[in-house]
Every structure is written in structure tokens, then in C-alpha cells.
Design a protein around this ligand. Structure first.
Ligand code: MN
Length: 492
């Protein structure tokens, strides 16, 4: 279903609206890192921040602007000449000049009237243009503004030199039908119109598509849909919806999408929901036997796009829905061969574990398979001793004694807490043998009181290899160490 979308531009505001996510604050280096990644991805505009915010923010914007990227570098500004001056100090190419346009914002927030606000928009647009900046004149809370007033403000803005317009659905209340009607009118204004949506009702992507269909030529997005409250339109959802569902090839390098998503999640500290479209952990993961059976025959049976398109790989997870075909596939990954009867027995035991509500780890699968196949595998690494010191006046420190290939290794490590210290000590102890990375750490189940069983689930990697393992103890430190030792034994 090809439509008439042509030359759609991506205006990425991960570093401005995305950074306004509660609890997120990026350093100059982190902003630079993300900006370089966005540029490699091929976005057209990078809104690097809001120059008025602070000296630190200006240093970051200046660094991004000085990086020599292909993308246009932009700063958010209000309708104040002082904001433009600060943006100029950062050597940006453009300003996202935001004017509150709803009566609610004009009267309650600014304590002004429509005429005054319109005049401010015109004056500051002229001022910015006079200083050589590209101006994207943006209506804040436009979806709750009087459309006739908004259009007159836009027209005056264009006369004052505005290069582009932006319509902001600041509180995410647009619906696709209304979006289409509005953007058909805005498309008649004769300049590039942007759409800026928020995801308060989960409609940001749908509304942005509706706007583009009606004539908008640029879409504001953030990586992982970061942003205030429920966030903004997500970059990866927009790109893949256009590409895979509308047959519109964008300039975005889709195979970099997942890498970008992980980088932003790591640097902002905002985790991605497992069921998030395109970049969530489960987006290309299959567990049920029926689904994996289909996937084995033809991946398109249960996948709308192949994971490689967005730079990912497919994952088969075993649990109570496991079927023989998924077990066979998983065994193959570990280089294990089993006959039909053995596969049935392994599947049965995996289902039993799944029925108990357990997540079946790679270590579980290997242990079950080895038992069924009669393979005896001596653990390479054994934990002999563990000592941990922790408290409010000491640096958490741990020492471990390991037996590895009949050798005794004693090592110590410090960390931000006792678990971290213990795992650092372990990693140091095996550092000569293998470079093990802890990719994920989860405390899975804590039932009852403080003496109850704690389950720790870890994901470890060594080079390209990745395994999951579990430890279950009443002591959270011991459970963590057990999980990591188990994982190391599976990796080495
Ligand atoms: Mn916004």
C-alpha cells in the first residue's frame, strides 16, 4: 500500500523533550554520544537542548553544534530575544521557537492576551532571522487552541520570515480524524509543517501518521518515545510504520535503530518496557510451541518484519508453552544432539519447570539436557569461600576463593553495594580466563518475610555468547553469586 509520502524529515528531540523525561539529565559527553548516533541514523534535525536552561546545557549544545554533523542542530527557545541570544552563543543552525497558543496557556501561564503573544512571536521571529537562524515557529498546546487564531499567527510568522511551522499536541489529546482535518488546512500555508505529538493516550504514532498523510512534511520524534509524561512519538515506531506498513522508504538507516535505542536507554537510565514495539525485549522473542513451530517453517508466520531489519536477532524462550521444535532449536544452539524420545523428555521437564511459574534459563535447559542425555559435566569454577563487608562507614568489599581447574584463586573487589562488590570480586578472579560481562541482573521473586527465598536472574555475556542463569537462596548476595558462578560455568 504505497502512499504519496515523499521526503519526510525526522526532527529528533531526544536531547530536549526526551531529556525532560522525569529524572533524566544528560552530561555533555552523553549528549554528544547520542547526537553522533542520531546523525549516523540519518535524522535531519537534532534538537540538542534548550539554550536558556543553564551554562552546562549551553556547553552541551555548543559541543553538538561543533561536532560537524550532517544534521541541522537546533535549540529550543521561547518568544524572548534573550533566549535567541543564548541560542546564538551555542552556534546552532536553527531555533525551535515555541509560542503558547491556546487561551489556557496564554491567559493562565503567560497572563497575556492573544494580540500580545502574536506580536511577540512576530518580533522574535524577525530577530532570529535577522541573526541568520533557521526558524521553526511552533504553536504550543496547538491542539487546544482556536484554529483561526493559530492560522493567523502562523501567517504573520511566515511574513516575518519563519521557515517552518510546527503544531504541538502538547498534552496528547489529538485523534487521527481531527489531525487529518487540521493538517489539510495547515498544508495550504505553503511552508514545511511539522507535527509534534505526545503519547498520553498511546496515539502519538497514529496521529503523526495522520498528519503526514494530510500534508505535514516533518515529524518530531524521540528515541524509545522518551519525553514528558507518557512521552513523545517514538522514532523507531515512526520509521518502521512508514517503511514496513506504508511502503515509504525513509532516509533512516533502520539497521541502527536497536543500537540507538539501547544506547539511549543506557545513558538516560530509562528502561524499555519488554512489550515496547520494535525495540522491546519481547518484540522478536517467541515462547509458545505453536508460534516457534511456525517460525521454524517460515519466520513471517509470526513476525511482521524480520529482526535483522532493525539490527536485532530472534530469540526463542523456553517455558510452559515450549514445544519440541523450540526445544530442538535451543539445544542446537548449545551444540547438543538429542533423539526424538530425548527431546520429548527434555520438553516435558521444561514444561514442569514452566508450570511452577519459573522462567527457564539457559543454565536450566543445559542442566536438564545433560541429565537426560547422560552427559556429566564437571563445573569449571567452584566457589569455596565468600566474605562480604558492608555498612554505612565502609566501602562495600568482598573477597572470594574459587577453585578453577584445580587451581585456587583468591581475589577481592569493591562496589557500590555488597552484591556489586561480590560480583566484581568474582569477575576479577576469572579475568585471566574470560572477560565476562554482566548484561542484566534481576531479583525475580521475594516471597514472605526477610528470611524468605530470593531468586536472582542474570544474563552474562562473553564475546558474542550470551547465557541466562539463576540462583535461589535466602541470602541475596549468595543467590547473586550462585547465579553468576552458574552462568560462568555455562560460558567457559
Ligand atoms: Mn513536547
Amino acid at each position: 500500500m504505497a502512499t504519496s509520502f515523499k521526503g519526510i524529515k525526522f526532527f529528533d528531540t531526544t536531547l530536549r523533550d526526551g531529556e525532560q523525561t522525569p529524572g533524566v539529565s544528560l552530561t555533555t559527553d552523553e549528549k554528544l554520544w547520542i547526537a553522533r548516533q542520531l546523525d549516523a541514523l540519518g535524522v535531519h534535525v537534532i534538537e540538542a537542548g534548550s539554550a536558556i536552561t543553564s551554562e552546562g546545557e549551553r556547553a552541551a549544545i555548543r559541543a553538538v553544534a561543533g561536532e560537524g554533523l550532517n544534521a541541522e542542530i537546533c535549540s529550543f527557545t521561547r518568544t524572548l530575544k534573550s533566549d535567541i541570544d543564548f541560542a546564538l552563543e551555542c552556534n546552532v543552525d536553527s531555533v525551535h521557537l515555541v509560542v503558547p497558543v491556546s487561551d489556557l496557556h496564554i491567559q493562565q501561564k503567560l497572563k497575556k492576551d492573544r494580540e500580545t503573544v502574536l506580536q511577540m512571536a512576530v518580533d522574535v521571529t524577525e530577530y532570529a532571522k535577522g541573526h541568520g537562524l533557521i526558524v521553526e515557529l511552533s504553536g504550543e498546546d496547538a491542539s487546544r487552541a482556536d484554529l483561526d487564531y493559530l492560522i493567523s499567527l502562523y501567517k504573520e510568522g511566515i511574513s516575518a520570515g519563519a521557515d517552518r511551522l510546527c503544531f504541538c499536541d502538547t498534552v496528547g489529546v489529538l485523534i487521527p480524524e481531527r489531525t487529518e482535518i487540521i493538517f489539510k488546512k495547515l498544508a495550504e500555508l505553503g511552508v514545511v509543517v511539522s507535527v509534534h505529538c505526545h503519547d498520553d493516550f498511546g496515539l502519538a504514532t497514529a496521529n503523526s501518521i495522520a498528519a503526514l498523510k494530510a500534508g505535514a512534511q516533518q515529524v518530531h520524534v524521540t528515541v524509545n518515545g522518551l519525553g514528558e509524561r507518557a512521552g513523545n512519538t517514538s522514532l523507531e515506531e515512526m520509521v518502521m510504520t512508514l517503511d514496513a506498513l506504508y511502503g515509504c522508504k525513509t532516509k533512516i538507516n533502520t539497521t541502527n535503530l536497536y543500537k540507538t535505542s539501547r544506547l539511549v536507554s543506557r545513558l538516560t537510565g530509562v528502561p524499555i518496557a519488554p512489550n515496547k514495539a520494535i525495540v522491546g525485549d519481547n518484540a522478536f522473542t517467541h515462547e509458545s510451541g505453536i508460534h516457534t513451530h511456525g517460525i521454524l517453517a517460515d519466520t513471517s508466520t509470526y513476525e511482521p518484519i524480520t529482526p535483522e531489519i532493525v539490527g536485532r536477532t530472534r530469540k526463542i524462550v523456553l517455558g510452559k508453552h515450549a514445544g519440541k521444535s523450540s526445544v530442538k532449536m535451543a539445544l542446537k544452539e548449545f551444540g547438543l544432539e538429542a533423539n526424538g524420545q530425548q527431546v520429548s523428555e527434555i520438553t516435558k521437564r521444561i514444561k514442569e519447570l514452566g508450570d511452577k511459574g519459573k522462567r527457564v534459563t539457559d543454565a536450566d535447559l543445559q542442566a536438564i539436557a545433560e541429565a537426560v542425555l547422560g552427559i556429566y559435566r564437571e563445573a569449571k569454577v567452584k566457589l569455596e569461600e565468600l566474605t562480604v563487608v558492608s555498612g554505612n562507614k565502609v566501602t562495600p568489599t568482598a573477597s572470594v576463593k574459587l577453585i578453577m581447574d584445580n587451581r585456587e584463586i583468591v581475589e577481592s573487589g569493591t562496589g557500590i553495594g555488597p552484591v556489586d562488590a561480590a560480583i566484581n570480586a568474582l569477575r576479577k578472579a576469572i579475568a585471566d580466563t574470560a572477560d565476562i560481562k554482566l548484561e542484566e541482573y534481576r531479583v525475580e521473586a521475594i516471597t514472605g518475610g526477610t528470611d524468605a527465598l530470593v531468586e536472582v536472574w542474570v544474563k552474562l555475556s562473553k564475546d558474542e555468547k550470551m547465557v541466562t542463569a539463576r540462583g535461589a537462596r535466602a541470602d541475596i548476595i549468595m543467590a547473586s553469586v550462585e547465579a553468576v558462578v552458574e552462568g560462568i560455568n555455562r560460558l567457559c
